[in-house]
Design a protein around this ligand. Structure first.
Ligand SMILES: [Zn+2]
Ligand SMILES: [Zn+2]
Length: 276
């Protein structure tokens, strides 16, 4: 089976730590690499995980809070130093435009490739990227500024039934795999429908349940908020991340979510998962 591999590059929220970097993940689908968020230090994290800059097919930015985007400009420069020539599409909300424009006005001439900002502005899930291996849809989240989640659905090759074809064991009923990334968000009713049935749901859980007031104040989620969304969505597994520096006890943090949705993991920088 071809790969559908998720590498966790960063799990911190606003403050980076010695063992936790700001948000970034890499999803490898059939050899194509998709970068999801790009917090400070992402290019060094990619190096540590032996991920190739040359394989980056597209970048998806949920929103322009620094812990999700500060790493992109160094990465753009590095890809040029590695002689990238193919166009790079960055899928990001409209307010990323002026930030990219400022960077390009100073450093754009030195890039050896074209950068296109594909503006995200849909009010409900919309396909923003599609090739023969994967379809990516973006959907709005409920954060302080415009923020988007992403759902990656594997596209299986069509198999035309033939009277001469021989069944290959394990292949007959293979279903398309799926992954959804819900970055910074407060819970809201439609979200579970938008990520319905995903094999793996990453959902931020910045705070433990006891800090619900902080979650509401800053448009974030708690362990229990994330677990309820996973339960309502019928997700296969729930991955938690975007940890606040206020979390003191990760065991009870995880138990809070598992009390609602058993198949929950609190992921760490450097975790690699083959999604099945
Ligand atoms: Zn954040
Ligand atoms: Zn944010």
């Amino acid at each position: 089976m071809s790969n559908f591999t998720l590498t966790i590059l960063g799990t911190a929220s606003a403050l980076p730590f010695s063992d936790r970097n700001p948000s970034a993940q890499a999803l490898s689908v059939h050899g194509r690499l998709f970068l999801i968020d790009c917090g400070e230090g992402t290019q060094r994290r990619m190096r540590q995980e032996h991920l190739s800059f040359a394989k980056i097919q597209a970048i998806f930015i949920s929103h322009i809070h620094g812990d999700h985007v500060f790493g992109i400009f160094g990465l753009l420069s590095t890809m040029s130093l590695y002689h990238r020539t193919g166009k790079l599409c960055i899928y990001a909300p409209r307010n990323f435009g002026p930030v990219l424009k400022f960077f390009m006005s100073w450093f754009g001439q030195e890039l050896g490739y074209e950068v296109e900002h594909v503006v995200l502005e849909a009010k409900s899930p919309e396909t923003v990227y599609e090739d023969k291996a994967v379809r990516v849809s973006a959907f709005p989240l409920n954060h302080k500024i415009d923020c988007y989640g992403f759902r990656f659905d594997e596209v299986l090759p069509e198999r035309k039934p033939s009277p001469l074809s021989v069944a290959v064991p394990g292949r007959e009923n293979r279903k398309a795999r799926s992954y959804a990334y819900c970055s910074d968000t407060a819970p809201f009713p439609q979200l579970a429908d938008w990520v319905k049935g995903v094999d793996v749901l990453y959902h931020e859980a910045t705070y433990p349940a006891g800090l619900q007031d902080k979650a509401v104040q800053y448009f974030h989620s708690t362990t229990e908020d994330a677990a309820r969304t996973a339960l309502q969505a019928g997700a296969g597994k729930l991955f938690l991340g975007h940890y606040s520096s206020r979390i003191s006890d990760f065991d009870s943090y995880l138990l809070e979510a598992r009390g609602i949705f058993e198949e929950t993991l609190a992921v760490n920088d450097g975790d690699v998962f083959e999604i099945k």
